[in-house]
Design a protein around this ligand. Structure first.
Ligand code: FUB
Ligand code: ZN
Length: 665
């Protein structure tokens, strides 16, 4: 038995975590949760059926996978005596390896949900090619291995790791390798990918284990990945390395990659947003696994900074294209960047904050990003992607890395496989447990098997969320057991978009949400954002949660210059936008005044089945030739933001004028 399997088995037999410290709340793994119907079921199905083979294909067509062959060839030919042989990369960026690893990680998740021999064959083929590109001492980085005598790309140094703090991405690549390796070990005990990872991690231990050289990873990710490796193997060296890489930061005055201060002293979100969100997620992992609260203190303050002043209404972050970065406080332009990967990183970070604290506000924010700024990253068809996710579009500009509208792939293709792996493992964010508590965090029709203090509980959720706020939960324990069911009551139902004053509803009256058990309405207490129900649960118990979803008019904090005099529309967790196609071709002239009637209408045949908002008494502004402003009544239709640009190129805006006086601001 390999060392890894031994640890895994030991972990399973002991019925829990092998680790000295861990998150107090544990997610119910996605493998124990089946999405059965509705929005996320449909998207997950498209993800595995279309996005996965498409991403694997793109890794081949774009020649990313060829780089592994080129690296292997160089090693073979040199070993055979051609001592000067070298290859040049088939692609542009040294971090292109990471896209293959991410696609493989997504493949492992899809294969865990639904075996597919065809995909498995391709995955095994990729894995073998990756393994063949690994140097004998464990190093894996195709751009160097295929061209070992001198740097083949200016991002690299002649010496390994030395330019990682700048741009080589050696540690970033292997971070994604480890994520994939662990995913494959869990999906398929016969996979050799984790062995490749461990051989590489041993090299890291040899190269960095004594605390030298102090290299702050230029693109974080390795911290989370090492934490995952530690969780998988219970080998504390990987946690030690994760902590080492966190603590190596702060010596270069470089906010772009969060290297301007030691991480425990950081209090604001700065720099490249994907790097930032991955770093904060890694800090959460090390805080939990090493039991060190200083990291948590830092990321709690940074989270407040983001949610208080740097988050778009869609839950997208990293507003600036320049540096793909967080802007200053309240710098939230409509034509923003909001990279899809930043949304993925924000989801990872928010889930970890919840696991650490059991506070539902983090899952409220998670839900907002998931349903809006993340979901917008992929088309309904599953094979077209946004890299940036702006809140306004003129219908023409090639804003999406030289594409107008969603694109099949990118030269820098970090986003598509990030969508793939996130969507495939989404079931892991629906439920969580802590001792005798079961949290219901996301609303999506699903069946889950949950372990609560050694007892198995089946929980079946039925809902048409996010289009309807009624959720039925059938609780079915194998024998009667007492536990507390914690049902998340989102901020939006309680009259606030977010747990901050960044956005407000013009009518902040909380909606009359309710919870009933077996038909009896309960006066439940709200604790940390959850309605908590304490009882001894028996087979056949039925819970109904009602979260009314009135359409809401949202205003931004006046310090958000871009949205002054404007409003946006929401309903439930969904942020809406206007597209030209539904609105006579133009959207920027639309006014939705106070008191306008906004009517939700279910459209089963539109965009895979959505609720649109119809505003019969919307106004349109225009200017007469002599510059006078005129207005006329013209109905408007708003569609869910995440679904925009699925019907061709057309202007789009999330924010519209709040009154006929606001035009031109
Ligand atoms: O640097 C690797 C990836 O490429 C980043 O995460 C993305 O933002 C893109 O720059
Ligand atoms: Zn990306």
């Amino acid at each position: 038995m390999s060392r890894v399997s031994f640890f895994l088995l030991a972990g399973l037999l002991s019925g829990g975590s092998l680790l000295a410290a861990d998150y107090p709340v544990r997610p119910v793994p996605f493998t124990a949760v089946t999405l059965t119907a509705g929005l996320w079921h449909a998207r997950q199905e498209t993800n595995c059926r279309i996005t996965l083979p498409f991403a694997l294909q793109q890794c081949a067509v774009s020649k990313r996978i060829d780089n592994f062959d080129l690296a292997a060839e160089t090693m073979q030919r040199r070993t055979a005596g051609e001592t000067h042989f070298q290859n040049v990369p088939a692609t542009k960026f040294p971090f292109d390896d990471s896209d293959v690893f991410k696609a493989l990680e997504g493949a492992a998740y899809c294969l865990s949900l639904q075996p597919d021999p065809e995909v498995q064959k391709r995955v095994d083929g990729f894995t073998a090619r990756i393994a063949a590109a690994q140097e004998p001492d464990g190093y894996l980085y195709t751009f160097r291995t295929m061209h070992p005598d001198s740097p083949v790309n200016s991002r690299m140094d002649a010496q390994r790791w030395l330019k990682d703090s700048q741009a080589s991405h050696e540690l970033y690549n292997i971070a994604h390798l480890y994520e994939a390796g662990v995913a494959h070990a869990q999906a398929d005990p016969a996979s050799i990918l984790l062995d490749v990872c461990l051989k590489n991690a041993e090299l890291l231990q040899r190269d960095f284990g004594d605390g030298q050289p102090q290299i702050a990873p230029g693109h974080p990710g390795i911290e989370m990945a090492l934490a995952k490796l530690y969780r998988q193997t219970a080998d504390r060296r990987w946690l030690g390395l994760a902590k080492f890489f966190l603590d190596a930061r702060g010596f270069s005055n470089n906010p772009y990659n969060q290297n301007h201060k030691p991480v425990i002293q950081q209090r604001e979100a700065v720099g490249h947003a994907v790097r930032a969100n991955y770093l904060y997620s890694g800090m959460a992992d090390v805080a939990a696994l090493a039991g060190d609260p200083r990291y948590l203190e830092a990321i709690t303050a940074i989270w407040e900074d983001v949610v208080g002043s740097k988050l778009h209404l869609t839950g997208g972050c990293g507003a600036l294209a320049d540096g793909e970065a967080y802007g200053a406080a309240y710098e939230l332009p409509h034509q923003c960047y909001n990279e899809t990967c930043a949304a993925v990183g924000f989801l990872l970070w928010n889930q970890r904050m919840f696991l650490m604290t059991g506070d539902g506000k983090y899952m409220d924010v998670f839900e907002r990003t998931l349903h809006n700024g993340f979901l917008s990253g992929v088309s309904l068809s599953g094979d077209r992607f946004f890299y940036p996710n702006p809140l306004a579009y003129d219908g023409k500009e090639a804003f999406n890395h030289d594409h107008a509208g969603r694109a099949p792939w990118f030269g820098c293709a970090c986003c598509p496989p990030n969508v793939l792996r996130t969507m495939a493992s989404l079931g892991g964010s629906v439920y969580a447990t802590q001792a005798d508590r079961l949290y219901v965090n996301l609303y999506a029709s699903s069946v889950a098997r949950v372990d609560i203090q050694g007892s198995s509980v089946k929980i079946e959720q039925k809902t048409d969320y996010p289009w309807d706020g009624t959720i039925s939960l059938a609780v079915d324990p194998s024998q009667p057991i007492p536990f507390t069911l914690c049902v998340r009551i989102p901020h939006w139902v309680r009259g606030r978009p977010l747990p901050s004053d960044l956005y407000t509803y013009d009518d902040p009256t909380p909606a009359a949400w309710s919870v009933s058990v077996n038909g009896k309405s309960l006066a439940v207490e709200l604790k940390n954002g959850y309605a908590t129900i304490d009882r001894t649960w028996q087979a056949g118990d039925a819970v109904t949660v009602r979260l009314p979803m009135p359409p809401r008019r949202v205003m931004a904090n006046p310090r958000v210059a871009a949205a002054r005099g404007q409003i946006a529309l929401e309903r439930g967790p969904i942020v809406y936008c206007l597209e030209g196609i539904d609105n006579g071709g133009s959207v920027f002239d639309c006014v939705v005044p106070v008191g306008a009637t906004v009517v939700p209408v279910r459209k089963p045949a539109l965009l895979g089945g959505v609720v649109v908002l119809e505003i019969a008494d919307a106004q349109r502004l225009s200017a007469t030739p002599d510059g006078q402003e005129t207005q006329r009544m013209m109905p408007a239709v708003a569609v869910p933001y995440a679904f925009w640009n699925n019907r061709g190129l057309t202007p789009m805006t999330v924010w519209v004028h709040a009154s006929t006086e606001s035009h031109g601001r």
